[in-house]
Design a protein around this ligand. Structure first.
Ligand SMILES: [Zn+2]
Length: 425
């Protein structure tokens, strides 16, 4: 979620290695062209990488590197990239992309920072607040596109407060105001290091009934849910268990009919993968991060649960050692249908947009062809194509819901006059 304070050194070293980067890009395009027929029709005889590359350049249909399942068009001060510029950055390398902003606005408090305008949540002690207009901004950007271009985007609703029992009403209102547009909700956050505690008002919780209502509605409407929830507190590595794993699992079990993507595999800049500690209690071994992930993947009831590996901060853990890389690859290879790649860029810029994909090159290199295709392309298409159909059906069915009925049409005076409960689903 944070391009801004990205480790500059790291970034520079990636950029310095430009020639290697270009090589990787070409090699990957070529390799995927060879390996993954079905998306791209290649001539049967063209099976060397060189020939494929040439063919790709000249005549073959566009072969995408990936679909971006996690990217923010706007920042914490609601500034961002024009959708036409983003489309240019995607070019012929990125096929489709989710489309959402950042619903949290960093307040510029004069009393806190005087004339210094904060552009990031760590620039100020002032509160963040939910900026619901972001959904209108996203719809506005989307509507700049022609029908062909629109097919490359999957807009998401984010401008609701997940502690508010009215959140579902906001989501429904956005669906009604912008029909045939939105296919998901999120990325929204429950626990996020340094952010959750800064948001004005009640702190978000996995135990909040308001969140249950949101998830119930996601299941009813078919909206894909992209949820950010740190699996642990920022400095919890000494504790035997990640702080929020249990509550999150409970939430997932309660809402197994909703399609949920757990962003960043629950990790953060400081929230690192839990490591196994042999000594924590009576000689028992507590589970490591990937084991906790696999526990949920194995659960037959949680077939609609996915993980995204977006964010350079997550890539940093995955590629940190040959063991970590191999274990991550093994898990994705074992459950190839359950992972998605995203960049987590904020207000994407040409110069840095592809860095996260490139950081993951060692992972792409050791995934099976099937797993690599699914995490980069296939799972995105399956999930969002289904959401398009399901949400359209919900919208069609509910097009006239909520419109005031005339008394006498279906209602008795008693029904009309007596106080009614405001309830969802
Ligand atoms: Zn996130």
């Amino acid at each position: 979620m944070e391009e801004h304070d990205k480790n500059e050194k790291e970034q520079r070293s990636i950029e310095e290695d430009c020639s290697r980067r270009d090589f990787i890009k070409r090699a990957t395009i070529a390799a995927m062209g060879v390996g993954l027929g079905g998306i791209q029709e290649l001539d049967a005889g063209e099976n060397s990488a060189e020939k494929t590359k040439a063919a790709t350049k000249k005549t073959a249909p566009v072969k995408y590197l990936y679909h971006d399942s996690h990217v923010h068009l706007t920042s914490y001060v609601q500034e961002g990239t024009d959708i036409r510029d983003y489309l240019k950055i995607m070019g012929d390398k990125v096929g489709r992309s989710v489309l959402f902003g950042l619903p949290l606005q960093q307040k510029w408090s004069y009393l806190n920072s005087e004339d210094r305008a904060p552009t990031y949540y760590l620039h100020s002690d002032a509160h963040l607040y939910y900026y619901s207009f972001n959904d209108a901004m996203i719809a506005h950007e989307y509507n700049k596109l022609n029908e062909e271009e629109k097919k490359r985007f999957d807009p998401m609703i984010t401008g609701f407060n997940p502690t508010d029992m009215y959140a579902v009403d906001h989501i429904k209102r956005v669906l009604k105001m912008y029909p045939n547009t939105f296919v998901g909700i999120g990325e929204f956050s429950i626990h996020k290091e340094f952010v959750s505690a800064k948001i004005a008002g009640e702190v978000a919780s996995l135990e909040n009934k308001a969140l249950d209502h949101i998830m119930d509605f996601a299941a009813e409407s078919g909206l894909v849910t992209l949820l950010h929830c740190d699996i642990d507190v920022p400095f919890g590595e000494k504790s035997p268990k990640p702080a929020y794993a249990r509550q999150m699992y409970k939430l997932l079990k309660k809402h197994k009919d909703a399609t949920i993507i757990w962003a960043h595999m629950g990790l953060g800049r400081i929230v690192r993968p839990h490591t196994r500690d042999l000594m924590h209690a009576k000689g028992e071994r507590n589970p490591g991060h990937l084991e906790i992930i696999e526990y949920a993947l194995k659960d037959k009831e949680l077939g609609n649960l996915y993980y995204d590996i977006s964010w350079d901060q997550v890539a940093k853990y995955v590629i940190s050692s040959p063991e970590s890389l191999q274990r991550t690859a093994d898990l994705i290879n074992k459950y190839p249908d359950r992972f998605l790649f995203g960049t987590d860029n904020v207000a994407p810029k040409e110069e840095t947009y592809y860095n996260v994909y490139e950081m993951y090159q060692p992972l792409w290199d050791i995934l099976t062809e099937e797993a690599r295709h699914k995490i980069l392309i296939g799972n995105y298409e399956r999930i969002y194509d289904k959401a398009k159909v399901d949400v359209a059906a919900w919208e069609e069915k509910n097009r006239n819901a909520g419109k005031a009925k005339l008394l006498g049409e279906n209602e008795t005076p008693e029904e009309y006059i007596l106080p009614h409960h405001h309830h969802h689903v």
